[in-house]
Ligand binder design. Structure first.
Ligand SMILES: Cc1cc2nc3c(=O)[nH]c(=O)nc-3n(C[C@H](O)[C@H](O)[C@H](O)COP(=O)(O)OP(=O)(O)OC[C@H]3O[C@@H](n4cnc5c(N)ncnc54)[C@H](O)[C@@H]3O)c2cc1C
Length: 446
């Protein structure tokens, strides 16, 4: 068996198949480049709630108009990826508009929303958060939409313990007290009789209801509760198909059978709506005939400040290695969550020393002056400064150290970038899309 194989040369090789890598690869391919993607896994897409956050908070303040928020962002954080790649808030506005106008058609069809006004979307936890784009199956799960309905039923599923409609309602009612949103919720639960299993994940339920018999049961139970409670909107956890088109078809079938508006709530990880995006990205990349190589480990070769090739170990078992050569490279390997940045511990003089490194090219990292890196409260909008650790970059997304560009033919995109905090800002998939778009354009230039 041949264990080492040098494959043909590509125009652009992208490392990472999360949102940033996928958009970069898509854009480079649309611009006529021969593109390969190498990745160890699928990244953080499926962890997300399925909403595309662009800019929800600046300095802790809620952003109503995303594009106006950029002006404020430039004042408080001029090194933010949006501001750097746009060379200021006006350019950032233009790049974001172009990036979202050039999204793959299939991804566009999955979403409703715009870059102007943030929506306050309800979450499965009974909170709400600012976001720019929501999936069509969730289109009535925002505070503004909910206000249009007279009677809203929050529906749980007995076999799905992670979503408790009672808890949801008590939280959201507390949050909405003394606000302009006077919304009343009622609760109920249905049972799908899934082989007497008591505790299923949303993803398992989503897979099970693709079976006609189980979907029929869901429909019957839903319609029964609608007749009994007479709501005009039913909020359900996100359990419809992980295939976006099928999810839309399922929803309209449920709505027309039960004669009621139904809307999914954004989910907690690993989420069905997040998986929908991941599946759709894969489909889009395959349709463009982009070669995808899944690797256990990758190593870069450098010659005269140029990256020349990437070696990809396909399997440890038979040490099968392939080498991809390319004119340009894009590193979109994510943050500490996906392994784009790794942390190690050592003990020196009885103290624990924590270090961070970028494992593929050992690029220098920006590390913020230590605040509390991780907070026990995952939704804390001020902390988790661990997320700001990353690679510094210039306006063309080339990695820099001080003022020096590190490689002539390499670009960085997505959450491996320094100087932003997607939890504090609610900007995760927005930054991945804008920087993936820009990196795709830069890498496709000769
Ligand atoms: C729990 C959670 C919930 C979130 N919810 C939302 C939300 O609702 N809305 C929102 O907008 N954002 C959300 N985010 C943020 C958002 O998901 C991320 O910011 C975004 O997905 C980052 O995309 P990326 O492409 O930069 O990186 P990733 O998606 O992390 O992709 C990195 C890619 O690089 C690969 N990789 C890593 N290391 C290597 C290596 N050494 N060799 C080869 N490949 C490698 C990975 O396998 C993966 O393919 C959430 C994040 C988390 C963790």
């Amino acid at each position: 068996m041949r264990c080492y194989q040098v494959l043909r040369e590509y125009d652009v090789a992208v490392l990472g198949i999360g949102m940033a890598g996928s958009i970069a690869a898509f854009i480079a391919s649309m611009r006529g480049c021969d593109v390969a993607i190498l990745a160890r896994g699928y990244g953080a897409t499926a962890l997300s709630s399925g909403c595309i956050d662009v800019l929800g908070y600046v300095n802790g303040n809620y952003v109503r108009n995303t594009l106006k928020g950029l002006k404020e962002l430039e004042l408080t954080n001029p090194k933010h990826p949006y501001i750097v790649i746009g060379r200021g808030w006006k350019g950032a506005k233009e790049i974001l508009s172009n990036a979202f106008n050039n999204l793959p058609r299939e991804l566009n069809m999955l979403y409703e929303g715009n870059l102007e006004m943030n929506m306050s979307v309800l979450t499965q936890f009974g909170t709400y958060k600012p976001t720019s784009f929501i999936q069509r199956t969730m289109k009535n799960s925002t505070l503004t939409k909910c206000r249009e309905f007279r009677k809203i039923l929050v529906l749980g599923i007995k076999e799905y313990l992670e979503f408790d409609p009672q808890l949801f309602t008590s939280f959201i009612s507390k949050f909405l007290q003394n606000t302009e949103f006077c919304i009343k919720f009622i609760v109920d639960k249905i049972k799908l009789d899934l082989n007497n299993v008591q505790d299923l994940s949303s993803i398992t339920i989503s897979q099970l209801i693709t079976e006609p018999k189980i979907f029929k049961k869901l429909k019957e139970e839903l319609c029964r509760v609608v007749v009994k409670r007479n709501p005009d909107l039913v909020l359900i956890p996100a359990i419809l198909s992980t295939e976006s088109r099928e999810a839309v078809t399922q929803l309209s079938e449920l709505e027309s059978s039960c004669k009621c508006v139904i809307s999914e709530l954004p989910a907690s990880p690993p989420s069905v709506p997040g998986l929908r995006i991941q599946n759709l990205l894969l489909e889009i990349l395959r349709n463009r005939e982009i070669d995808i190589y899944l690797c256990r480990e990758v190593k870069a070769s450098i010659h005269n400040s140029k990256c020349t090739s990437i070696k990809c170990i396909r399997s440890y078992h038979d040490m099968k290695v392939i080498e991809i050569r390319s004119r340009n490279f894009i590193i979109a390997t994510g943050d500490i969550i996906s392994g784009g940045i790794q942390s190690t511990y050592s003990i020196e003089n009885e103290a624990i020393i924590k270090e961070y490194k970028e494992p593929i090219l050992n690029m220098p990292l920006y590390i913020p002056i230590q605040r509390k890196f991780i907070d026990i409260d995952i939704f804390n909008t001020e902390k988790h400064s661990i997320l700001e650790i990353g690679i510094e970059f210039d306006e063309n997304l080339r990695p820099i150290f001080g003022n020096e560009v590190l490689f002539d033919n390499l670009y960085v995109a997505g959450s491996i970038l320094a100087h932003y905090n997607f939890i504090a800002e609610k900007s995760g998939l927005g930054v991945a899309i804008a920087t993936g778009y820009k990196a795709g354009i830069e890498a496709s230039k000769t």
